[in-house]
Design a protein around this ligand. Structure first.
Ligand code: CU
Length: 299
């Protein structure tokens, strides 16, 4: 299983934020500011106050379109590029929660989330609307001749009540063990901003054998990246080659998943800025979701 970035190239910095995979959002895209005119933005976000940790909380909101109506129709089909993705990340990058809530057609998006750790979180809402985007302001597609990104991101700060003890970001590492499953990362020691690169992940089970990845949210693996401090976001996928709809196209660049060996992933990385990033690699194996975080130094 691998991701191949076809014809990677350097292009404008704003464009890079949505260049491969599901794209991303960052501090460079001022036009994503919630509430700005003639853009997509979140409305009726609840709860409005701090969230109590340790119990299920219903998060709800709607997405207002540039024309003033609520977005009700989202992309459907196989692959990960559908619907609405919610990713909550704590500001210290210690933890994420990644959900694809069911959509009921009303435009009110609801999700039940249980936060276990207090503190400030950023919610990234990654949106795949049906049809064409109404506004070029939310996505970085307002460059002539460039294919529009199919998705855009909106953000919301969320506070989980309780004493926040930020954890220092661990140093870059090459292995991680989650619930007895071993993740081994290579190729990540020389990452550079604005360069498409593959990193290689090998995952073995408690028995030491390569795992079989089970499709989850339309992909064999999700790689979600957040930058320390600014919380810039980036997201790519690994798919098997029968998973239609996993290929991402943006500005003529493609990220294509192809199949290789069990337990092995080539993860396409293209980060818009240097600094310290946390990659959360998510896979489903043996009917359980595993999230393996790795700190990356990006030069
Ligand atoms: Cu994903």
């Amino acid at each position: 299983v691998s991701v191949r970035v076809v014809a990677p190239a350097v292009f404008a910095a704003a464009l890079l934020l949505a260049a491969t995979g599901c794209g991303g959002s960052g501090s460079g895209l001022d036009q994503i500011t919630v509430g700005a005119a003639k853009t997509y933005h979140l409305v009726d976000f609840k709860p409005s106050g701090p969230i109590t940790p340790g119990k299920p909380t219903t998060i709800s909101f709607s997405i207002m379109q540039p024309d003033g109506t609520v977005l009700k129709k989202f992309k459907t089909g196989p692959g990960p590029h559908t619907g609405v993705h919610l990713i909550f990340v704590r500001d210290d990058l210690s933890t994420i929660i990644h959900h694809h809530p069911p959509l009921n057609g009303t435009g009110v998006i609801k999700d039940s989330v249980t936060f276990t750790e207090p503190g400030p979180y950023r919610l990234v809402v990654d949106v795949y609307p049906a049809g064409q985007l109404q506004s070029t302001a939310n996505a970085a597609e307002s460059v002539p001749g460039v294919t529009p990104a199919p998705n855009f991101q909106l953000t919301q700060d969320v506070k989980v009540a309780g004493a926040y003890q930020p954890q220092p970001l661990p140093p870059p590492g090459t292995s991680d063990t989650i619930d007895g499953y071993h993740f081994s990362l290579t190729g990540a020691s020389k990452l550079k901003a604005i360069q498409a690169q593959d990193v290689y992940m090998k995952v073995t089970g408690p028995d030491g054998k390569p795992v079989s990845f089970e499709p989850w949210f339309g992909a064999l693996a999700h790689a979600i990246f957040f930058r320390k401090g600014s919380l810039d976001y980036f997201h790519t996928h690994v798919c098997n080659n029968v998973s239609l709809g996993c290929t991402s196209i943006f500005g003529g660049k493609k990220v294509v998943g192809t199949s290789s060996a069990p337990g092995e992933l080539n993860v396409g990385v293209l980060l818009p800025a240097s600094g310290r990033w946390r990659m959360f690699l998510q896979v489903q194996v043996d009917h359980r979701i595993l999230t393996a975080p790795f700190t990356l130094h990006v030069g």
